[in-house]
Design a protein around this ligand. Structure first.
Ligand code: UDX
Ligand code: UDX
Ligand code: ADP
Length: 475
């Protein structure tokens, strides 16, 4: 039997784009994406999708109503499916054992119980959510303990490696597809069926099959390695600032070694996103549970370095503005955790905004894709006085920067490189500061305009002549 019907449970950043691309590449398979959130499903069925992802709209438009369906009828979709992807959220636990570190598997568990409740035929259940090692085993226990007579299950681990902002390209041209399954004839048969789906558009030599546990651990390891590279380069940024080295030059020199490679060595205000911190915390927790404190400490340091970088950047802003930002207007350009997404989960901008608000600043925030309610919601999580009057959201960079004392750039949106900084400078309070947390601006040009420029991993200070002051200022 080949797979004819797929059900994707969870219509979020992973499930939505993944199922849409499968529908695009496999016209003979009927793909139904379900979610318990009515609003989300309504958005997937509308012209304004719930997530912004370049290219996604086109894919959805092409397939929706043909072989791609979005629905809240979870039971019906499970019942008719041959294969079920679980792509529900796995946040870090906020209470109980493993609080703040372990992955909260309640959504995965609920899904497994629901499948066991309603399935009346054999199913291949594929975990796509990032889950701790041995989670597949828990799903298996739930399914097999509750199975109906004659209904069998195979559980596969098929972690998703897409990055937001490039999800569609990552799904269409992945570096590899990883499938882990049980080492038994039935397990191998299930792996083979999932391979066949991917083979509709991906070469077999890019499909890597392993046992379930290797697959689960590889996902955590891949994210931990990527985050570690960023923390490693970020750790060198204060060394560069203190010595006069330039972290971009160092990264380039290091990355030219083919054993190291050039990717993911961009020093920044810190990494964000829903995966890196969560997966690192999860890895640390697993190591602690396995009584491997040295290994846990090693990976914990990657997170600690990221926290240090975010607070170091905020401190730099405050110190440069004469050690006080109380009542100063600061423009924040960018709020998403990276460009080309509207996602703010774990965005370094949130930490920077909080630190500035704690010091009494008034923020003018602009991000091309993050919705106003999202920013307010993120910042309302903190106990900050009078937040409504101190956080102002703008819809373009020029209005956001008007009459501000400083610009703090937190997301590397392309449009920030193309702004007319002469125009911005004229309408700012002087001396006008720019803190480039992503190293994307032309610092020399900005200095010529009159800005005082600070960035990460490079000393940009010099004697600048302020146009309006007409005197020399030592920086
Ligand atoms: C290293 C650098 O590679 C080289 O660029 C620099 O100029 C000098 O230091 P070297 O120490 O001669 O060179 O050998 P290298 O091949 O890097 O191996 C160093 C150690 O790491 C060895 O003990 C090697 O066995 C070990 N190693 C290397 C591993 O354990 N695993 C690996 O994947 C690679
Ligand atoms: C990541 C992994 O890349 C992806 O494979 C996995 O499936 C999910 O987690 P994502 O979080 O969407 O994807 O984005 P990514 O491009 O990895 O960026 C994560 C964070 O690191 C962003 O805040 C980004 O700005 C930052 N980053 C990335 C750097 O600061 N420097 C870099 O060199 C690269
Ligand atoms: P990710 O980034 O991992 O895709 P998201 O939070 O964007 O995470 O998406 C996960 C989705 O899973 C959410 O839309 C949530 O409503 C959905 N979800 C969680 N639990 C269930 C469940 N038991 N049944 C259906 N959908 C669920």
């Amino acid at each position: 039997m080949t797979i004819k019907k797929i059900c994707g449970i969870g219509a979020g950043y992973v499930g939505g784009p993944t199922c849409s691309v499968i529908a695009l590449m496999c016209p003979d398979i009927r793909v139904t994406v379900v979610d318990k959130s009515k609003e989300k499903i309504a958005q997937w069925n509308s012209t304004k999708l719930p997530i912004y992802e370049p290219g996604l709209e086109l894919v959805v438009k092409k397939c929706r109503g043909k072989n791609l369906f979005f629905s809240t009828d979870i039971e019906a979709a499970i019942k008719e499916a041959d294969l079920i992807f679980i792509s529900v959220n796995t946040p870090t636990k906020t209470f109980g054992i493993g609080k703040g570190r372990a992955a909260d598997l309640k959504y995965v568990e609920n899904t497994a119980r629901m499948i066991a409740d309603v399935a009346t035929s054999d199913k291949i259940v594929v975990e796509k959510s990032t889950v701790p090692v041995k989670a597949a085993e828990s799903i298996m226990h739930i399914l097999r303990a509750n199975h109906k007579p004659g209904v069998t299950y195979q559980i596969l681990s098929n972690p998703e490696f897409l990055a937001e902002g490039t999800a569609i390209d990552n799904l269409i041209n992945p570096d590899r597809v990883l499938i882990g399954g049980e080492d038994s004839p039935q397990g191998r048969e299930a792996v083979e069926k999932l391979c066949k789906i991917y083979e509709n558009w991906i070469n077999r030599d890019k499909i890597f099959t392993t046992n379930t546990w290797s697959s689960e651990l590889s996902k955590l390891a891949a994210n931990a390695f990527l985050a570690q590279r960023i923390s490693s380069i970020n750790s060198l940024s204060p060394v560069c600032e203190a010595t006069g080295a330039d972290v971009t030059e160092v990264a380039r020199a290091v990355g030219l070694d083919s054993r190291i490679g050039s990717k993911f060595l961009q020093a920044s205000v810190g990494f964000g996103g829903s995966c890196f911190q969560k997966d690192l915390l999860n890895l640390v927790y697993i190591c602690e549970c396995l009584n491997l404190p040295e290994v846990a400490a090693y990976w914990q340091q990657v997170i600690d370095m990221n926290e240090y970088q975010k607070s170091r950047f905020s401190t730099k802003v405050i110190e440069s503005l004469f050690n006080t930002v109380t009542d100063k207007r600061i423009a924040m350009l960018g709020f998403a955790f990276k460009k080309n997404t509207g996602d703010t989960r774990e965005s370094p901008a949130i930490t920077v905004a909080k630190n500035l608000l704690d010091e009494g600043a008034v923020l003018h925030i602009y991000d091309p894709k993050v919705e106003e309610f999202q920013i307010i919601d993120n910042l309302s999580a903190f106990d900050i006085d009078n937040i409504k009057n101190r956080v102002n959201i703008y819809h373009d960079a020029y209005s956001a920067t008007k009459n501000t004392h400083a610009i703090v750039l937190c997301t590397e949106w392309d449009e920030f490189m193309e702004l007319d900084y002469e125009r911005i400078y004229v309408q700012m309070t002087k001396p006008a500061y720019i803190f480039d947390g992503r190293k994307i601006l032309d610092h020399e040009k900005l200095q010529k305009i009159g800005f005082i420029v600070q960035t990460i991993g490079k000393r940009v200070s010099r004697i600048a002549v302020s146009k309006t002051w007409g005197s020399s200022t030592q920086m």
